[in-house]
Design a protein around this ligand. Structure first.
Ligand SMILES: C[S@@+](CC[C@H](N)C(=O)[O-])C[C@H]1O[C@@H](n2cnc3c(N)ncnc32)[C@H](O)[C@@H]1O
Length: 276
């Protein structure tokens, strides 16, 4: 199914994608959360997950342990970095990075998540007026204190013209949540906005159940190397079993979490080495 098909199907997804229905329409799936959604997750599918309950399955109650553990490997002693948190949801990592002294930009296309983030963290914010450089209906929510912005937009529609460039990318539940058909679009944005001396810290998952339909989608050292090895030097920092109860409920018999550090190879500009 192409993404255009998925978009077309979205127009009717409220009618046919009723969660209580026993009928799963062609091109859709009843996922591990019991929701009927497109095989290719769209903005409407994500918004349904946001509306489903108080806490989405991915939301952590703490700052991510891997961010805390490998923070030094990401910032490398640099102060006041610009840090990008793609597909940020309402993660507590955003404010933690601000409190470490950095300027942080998150990107999240479901507005409920953005508004909840600011409310729950008791942060005052302004919504910046629309500007011609912003794509479509994108908006920027900025903390009044000035060091945190969340761009309420489709990540794939963005570029360095909107986001600027970054010293660090903290990627948890972002590439892992991206439809495989969109990997090349994802890599293109990261490649565009990551400074030549920047560091991309990637938290991802590996599991072997072939029946599980993500997100999260699975990676392993080889798939990361195959996709990104021509443009990035890749170092694995961690690989550990993390079969939490919720993953068992999803039908998974194993689950490993990985942390990688990616840095751009010299001369790996877009045109020199196009990403796959
Ligand atoms: C698995 S959640 C992870 C959220 C966050 N990184 C965390 O660790 O809590 C993925 C998030 O990305 C958002 N999202 C998915 N695709 C997106 C896109 N193309 N552009 C912007 N946000 C997107 C979803 O709405 C969801 O909030």
């Amino acid at each position: 199914m192409s993404e255009n098909d998925a978009a077309a199907r979205n127009a009717t997804s409220n009618a046919v994608g009723d969660d209580d229905s026993n009928v799963v329409p062609p091109g859709m799936i009843r996922n591990h959360l019991g929701l009927i959604e497109n095989l290719i997750m769209t903005e409407i599918d994500w918004e349904k997950r946001w509306r489903k309950g108080k806490d989405a399955a991915w939301q952590m109650g703490t700052v991510h342990p891997m961010l805390q553990k490998y923070y030094d490997s990401m910032v490398r002693g640099r102060n006041n970095c610009r840090v990008l948190v793609p597909l940020c949801g309402r993660t507590l990592d955003l404010q933690w990075l601000v409190e470490k002294g950095h300027t942080v930009v998150g990107v999240e296309f479901v507005e409920i998540g953005v508004v909840r983030f600011f409310a729950e963290n008791h942060l005052e914010y302004v919504v910046e007026p629309p500007s011609p450089t912003l794509p479509g209906k994108a908006k920027i929510y900025s903390s009044c204190e000035g060091r945190l912005k969340i761009v309420n937009a489709d990540f794939f529609a963005l570029s360095r013209d909107v986001l600027g460039t970054f010293d660090c990318v903290w990627d948890r539940g972002a590439l892992a949540a991206t439809n495989p058909s969109n990997y090349s679009r994802y890599f293109r944005v990261i490649n565009d906005v990551l400074d030549d001396s920047g560091v991309w810290m990637l938290d991802s998952f590996d599991f072997t159940n072939p029946d599980f339909h993500g997100p999260p989608f699975r990676f392993n050292a080889k798939s990361i190397e195959d996709s990104l090895g021509s443009n990035y030097d890749i170092r694995q920092l961690d690989y550990f079993p993390n079969l939490a109860e919720k993953f068992k409920k999803w039908g998974l018999g194993n689950f490993y979490e990985m942390v990688h550090i990616l840095t751009k190879k010299r001369g790996s500009g877009d045109s020199a080495h196009p990403l796959p």
